[in-house]
Each structure stands twice: as structure tokens, then as C-alpha cells.
Design a protein around this ligand. Structure first.
Ligand code: ADP
Ligand code: ASP
Ligand code: MG
Length: 439
């Protein structure tokens, strides 16, 4: 069985939705099709939710009406026959009545999450009826029946797998199962989600849960590129990546994949293939256990990083010092991305500032603290980079005009992380493109 995920742009226009119906119909064997919301919808739902939390009902209603018109036009172009136009209209009216009901009631965090979930629910329903209209047999699989996260917001892979088995058993005669990306239930059984961009994660979790043959992520670009195409002009697709390399790239900012996508696939060795909906002949990228060694593969950058330096004369030869520092971060459930140490100081980075204030208050008992916000981690990825001679020289030569705040190398075989002020990020990515990829 294949798990194939199509992102927002792949379903964002009626002709694209029709195209993916053809693509899916022509794929051999059984497949689970995971869909995102139509492009722009989740952003609009976020704006509506923000307005409603701030009691700005008129602004929310304006956004709802504009979105409604968009969907009305969408169904006009998606369905050919009058009877399916009527079905489409019924679907759109039902969802927009729900938006208005939600906005009329007491709007809280729970209603917000329910609102955010509607984007994927409506896109899958519209797609399923398109398949019906063109007489392609399929079934809708409600993600809220099997996707769940625990009290730490971690997906419950074993439970997901247990719930999916009987459902798939009863559907063994159906070749195409359509389900929602992104949405799930939390430990209180409320509607929740896997965070922005989470449909990739859904696909990987489902692929791992059913031990799929392959997980395919279809998007608007021909695979993982060697650099961020939104920032660097000339980038090239990478044919093969190992799970470890892809995992680092996703975690450190390659937007093409949700940061956690690779984790479940890697756990069960299910290959992940990245493909372009606009150019299905392009080979894309295959992510698996295999991959070439000893070369630079790609760079990515992650913004919103805070660097904290703790300077302490007591650190000198003091065992247990780092443990005490890490315990502070653990207490505030804040994960650390990079660390570097000297005898008198330790620098580390975090990407979540929610508890920065109490963390800093506790850290002051260890020594002098310096904080730099608005930093970016530039992550340079390749397999067994340490086997390649002169790796660091090449990187530093490329970045000789960029002030570097921190470096981390040797933590894994496939990553060099460099911390720069975010104002230097675009320049650093472009210089690395010339300096290490010669593009
Ligand atoms: P989808 O809506 O299909 O999930 P996304 O917008 O989330 O698509 O991800 C695809 C986008 O990721 C591309 O259009 C591209 O701009 C961006 N991107 C950032 N870094 C990379 C990279 N290294 N390789 C490919 N795409 C990247
Ligand atoms: N629709 C969700 C988002 O925009 C999930 C996704 O597209 O992956 O974040
Ligand atoms: Mg995405």
C-alpha cells in the first residue's frame, strides 16, 4: 500500500484537484490519499480565529464571506454536472454555517482548533465527490477516528496503527482511501492538529502505522533542493537523501517537509519520495537508508532562534554544572538545538521563547547571562561529512564575510550547524551556494 500526500497548492485550484484525481487513479495498487486544505485556507482560518479571540466579529465575518465566495467559485469549476454542483453547494453551505455558528458562540482555544480543522475536512469532502463524479471508486477515511496525540502533543503511533488495522480490513476491496492531513484528537478527545504544515507528518505517521511500501509527498517543487529556493536563485534538486540527512534538513527549516516528518518513516524504514504535482515526470527525491557519502548535500536555515550564554568561573572543572543548566530547560519543557562550551562559558540555543523569562531568572544563579534574540541556525547537511577532508575550511572560506556567533560540528556524522544573526541569513545561504555547491 502507498500513502500519497498532496499539499495545499496541489489541491488549491479546481484543475489541480482534477489532475491529482487522474494521478491517483493511474497509480497502481492500493493507496491512502492524504490531503491538505486548499492553499491559503488554513492561513485564512487562523486570521478568522484570531479575530474571534479578539472579539472582532465584523472582521471575522468579512474573512468568512470572502472565503465562502472562493469556495463557491471553486465548486463551479470542479464539478461538471448539475447534480454534483448541488452536492458541492450543500458541502460549502454546511461548512460556512458551521463557521458562523462557531463565531456566534463562546469562542475559545478549543473552538479555534475546531475551526482550523475544517480546511482539511472540506478539501477531502470536495475531492471525494469529484472522484464519485468521475466514477472512480473510493472511500473517505475520517482522520479524527484514528489520528491522536498524547498529553505531550506527541502522536500515538501504536494506537493509530491499532485503530487503522480494522478500518483497513473492512475496506480491503477499495483501492483509494481519502483522508485528512494535519488534524487529530488530543488526550482530552478534543479536535487538535499536528501544527502548521502537519499534513506531511500525517502521511508519515500513517505510512509507518501500516508499514506502507512508500510514502509520497507531492508538492509544488521537484523534490528537496540543495538550498532554500525562496532565498537563493539557482538551486538544484537532490536525487537521494538518507533518513538522517532529510531529518536534519526538515528540522532545521527546509519548509518542504514538516520538521518531524521523517521520524516515523525512519522508525519502520518506509522510504519517503518527494514529487512535483506540476511535473510528475521529474524524478524528485527519494529518502531512505541508502545515500552517497562524504559530500555536501544541502543547506537549510531555521529562524527565530535565541542564543543564551552562561559565563561562570565556577564552571571551571566543576562536574555536574551542565546537568544543572540542562535541568532548568527540562523543567520548562524547552528543547536545546545547539551547544558549545569553553572552560568558563557555555552557549546554547532554543527555538521556543515561551518560558525565556523564568529560564533566565533561574540561570542567573549560575553566573552572568547574555541573550541574543533573532538568530538563525544555518544547517549544512551531508552524509559522513567528517570523512571528507577540508570540510570546515570550505564552509568557513565560503562564509568569510559573515559574522558567526556559534558553531557545532561532530555532533552527528551529517551536520554542521552555524549560528548567525538573522539579518545575515540570506547572505550566508547565497555564499554557501557559491562556495560549497559551486552554483
Ligand atoms: P505544500 O503546501 O505542498 O505542503 P510547502 O509550501 O509546505 O508545500 O512546501 C513546498 C515549498 O517548500 C516549496 O515551494 C519551496 O519554496 C519550499 N522550500 C524551502 N526549502 C526547500 C528545499 N530545500 N527544497 C525544496 N523546497 C523548499
Ligand atoms: N493545512 C495545514 C497548514 O496549512 C497543514 C498542511 O498544509 O500541511 O498548515
Ligand atoms: Mg507543507
Amino acid at each position: 500500500m502507498l500513502v500519497v500526500k498532496f499539499g495545499g497548492t496541489s489541491v488549491g485550484k479546481p484543475e489541480r484537484m482534477k489532475k491529482i484525481a487522474t494521478l491517483v487513479r493511474e497509480m497502481p495498487g492500493k493507496k491512502i490519499v492524504v490531503l491538505s486544505a486548499l492553499s491559503g485556507t488554513t492561513n485564512t482560518l487562523v486570521r478568522i480565529g484570531d479575530h474571534l479571540l479578539a472579539q472582532q466579529h465584523t472582521a471575522a465575518e468579512q474573512e468568512i464571506s470572502t472565503l465562502e465566495k472562493h469556495y463557491e467559485q471553486f465548486i463551479k469549476e470542479l464539478y461538471g454536472s448539475e447534480s454534483y454542483q448541488a452536492i458541492g453547494q450543500e458541502i460549502v453551505s454546511r461548512y460556512f454555517s458551521l463557521f458562523r455558528l462557531l463565531s456566534a458562540g463562546k469562542f475559545d482555544d478549543r473552538s479555534y482548533r475546531e475551526l482550523l480543522a475544517q480546511g482539511e475536512l472540506i478539501s477531502t469532502e470536495l475531492f471525494y465527490h469529484h472522484l464519485q463524479e468521475i466514477k472512480v471508486s473510493s472511500r473517505l477515511l475520517p482522520a479524527l477516528h484514528f489520528m491522536s496525540i498524547d498529553e505531550n502533543q506527541e502522536p500515538e503511533l501504536e494506537k493509530i496503527s491499532e485503530r487503522l488495522k480494522p478500518i483497513l480490513g473492512t475496506m480491503s476491496h477499495v483501492d483509494i482511501l481519502v483522508t485528512q492531513g494535519y488534524i487529530c484528537r488530543n488526550h482530552k478527545n478534543e479536535i487538535d492538529n499536528l501544527k502548521r504544515g502537519g499534513s506531511d507528518y500525517t502521511a508519515s505517521l500513517m505510512g509507518a502505522a501500516i508499514r506502507a511500501e512508500e510514502i509520497q509527498i507531492w508538492t509544488d517543487i521537484d523534490g528537496m533542493h540543495n538550498n532554500d529556493p525562496r532565498i537563493v536563485k539557482k538551486t538544484v534538486p537532490i536525487a537521494e537523501l538518507t533518513f538522517d540527512e532529510a531529518s536534519e534538513l526538515a528540522y532545521f527549516g527546509a519548509k518542504i517537509l514538516h520538521p518531524s516528518t521523517i521520524v516515523p518513516a525512519q522508525k519502520y524504514g518506509v522510504p519517503v519520495r518527494l514529487k512535483n504535482t506540476m511535473d510528475e515526470k521529474a524524478p524528485g527525491t527519494i529518502i531512505s537508508n541508502k545515500g552517497s557519502r562524504g559530500e555536501f548535500k544541502a543547506v537549510a536555515a531555521k529562524d527565530g532562534i535565541t542564543a543564551i550564554k552562561i559565563k561562570s568561573s565556577r564552571m571551571l572543572l566543576a562536574h555536574g554544572f551542565l546537568r544543572k543548566v540542562f535541568e532548568v530547560f527540562e523543567r520548562y519543557r524547552t528543547s536545546i538545538d545547539m551547544i558549545s562550551t569553553s572552560e568558563v562559558a557555555v552557549s546554547l540555543t532554543i527555538d521556543d521563547n515561551k518560558n525565556l523569562k523564568p529560564i533566565l531568572e533561574e540561570l542567573t544563579s549560575f553566573g552572568t547571562i547574555e541573550v541574543d534574540e533573532n538568530q538563525s541556525i544555518i544547517c549544512i547537511v551531508g552524509n559522513l561529512l567528517s570523512e571528507k577532508e577540508g570540510v570546515l575550511r570550505e564552509v568557513f572560506e565560503a562564509l568569510k564575510k559573515v559574522p558567526i556567533r556559534m558553531v557545532s560540528y561532530g555532533g552527528s556524522y551529517n551536520n554542521i550547524s552555524i549560528l548567525v544573526d538573522s539579518s545575515q541569513k540570506d547572505k550566508a545561504l547565497n555564499l554557501l551556494n557559491e562556495g560549497i555547491f559551486h552554483l
